[in-house]
Design a protein. Sequence first.
Length: 97
Amino acid sequence: MENKNNKIEDKKSYLTLDSRKRMTIDGVEEIISFDEDQILLNTVLGAMDIRGENLKMNKLDVQNGDVMISGKITYIVYTSDEKKPRKGKGALSKLFR
């Protein structure tokens, strides 16, 4: 019988960040949302929150789970193992501060 922790350890995901301008991720299962300031996605290791300026998805390979992002990347965090990231402050919430 497999332990839940062993299942997580068996899954692999690679993240490459080049000069905070270009990022490649594999092991992506789902794109939750994206705009020029924030990208939320689920990876095999949990939910990921990426923030920055002028973010663009240059490559999305659904079959292999590969994503390439360009722009000024200022923040990267795995939010949880539950794969339910919280959406950051969007344009409307920024207007109504």
